[in-house]
Ligand binder design. Sequence first.
Ligand code: ADP
Length: 441
Amino acid sequence: MKVVHVAFEAAPIYKVGGLGDVVGSLPKILLKEGIDTVVVLPKYGWIDHPDRLPGSQVPVIYIESPWFAKLNIRHDKKIQAPKFAAFALGTLEELKRQGIRPDIIHCHDWHTGLIPLLLKKQPDSYFEGTKTILTIHNIGYQGVFPCNYITGTGFEALVTCFGEKRRVSYLKEGMETADFLTTVSPTHAREMRHDSFGLRRSLRRRRGRFVGILNGIDYGVWNPRIDTRIYATYNRVSALTKKAENKTRLQKDLGLNVSPDIPLFGFVARLTSQKGLELLIPLLTEAPRKRIQVVILGSGDPKYENILKNLRKVIDRQWYAVEVKFDEELAHRIYAGSDFFLIPSIYEPCGLTQMIAMAYGSIPVVSAVGGLVDTVEDGKTGLVFREPTTAALATTIERASDLWEDKEAYSKMVNHAMRKDFSWKKSAREYARLYRRVIGT
Ligand code: ADP
């Protein structure tokens, strides 16, 4: 069976969020499971282009286009629309040129939604036996553009696929034309039936062809025993002492009060409203009074970047650190050096950071949504709050502080969290089963 994964990111080649982690790891496990797997990425002008996914034999094919030459920092829609039109058309052309005839093209998110559309609306006998699966990693991002954004860009052929529409949603087109849809956790699949960001009807039409398969994490990358980016490696037995060492080094580097006794709460995320910043921000000024430290690493919405940076002027620096950037090394150090990890998301299709935090023995403090529900057990491997309010988050942070005071209970929870196995194996097998089902239909 030949499966081609198409996405705009795959770690470590290029990563901006969890999708990068997924496309950088799932194909490696599928290959080990005996599935002939290939990854297709845009050929960005500012990164290296290894011909295999690092640490594996999975071939990577890059799609060339002038649209991928420069970073589109502001996500300008006039650039995004033709860019991912070029990606869809380029992917199909390149597969054909290289003589690759996949059984499945596995598309990820709106950036690849035009691939199933093209195969349905402009059938090519070369891809006659090819089925498509579209995985929705985040339905909040749909790639909606006026159709005229791609007229005059050389991709007019595509516009005919859009029919009479004046605006087109790349995600919706993909959802309506892919042979099968998935999302990244069973709970989020259920949530999407009620709350699908305006795509309820499209989703309802695909009932019976839509499942949630939980993401995994790559323990070759996220593993405190072998992590070369953290200050001191550790395992379950040495976790508490070594985490204290990681914490004090992190505190020193970030200019915080250096003490192993202060509970440190980490937060690593894209800075968007989805990640629950509206709940968290009002609590930050309380950190010194509550005698907790908060370390934030993130970038994204300039509104949140500014609020978080400005809070530096208000909150004593010994208790609050914020780094507005994308920094892989610092992220690893925060997972290792934090005692608790804040994920107050408003919605979370799967979420990887809670699984990573658990692997590093940092107790996740999470809202009861999506994949967070499927991965964090309240009172056993983490702390879960139900109401999406600042008050509920505050109460749960109090619970965390109380837990910190009870060293025996805290260390038991760390132990349980670190025992959890979120490796890809189980989910990769579910995908393999799905591939067989889709090919057989
Ligand atoms: P999402 O896909 O919504 O961004 P996930 O929880 O699925 O959220 O995955 C986020 C991934 O991106 C994690 O690997 C996390 O460590 C990483 N990440 C997010 N922001 C940053 C940042 N500013 N610097 C480094 N890594 C980050």
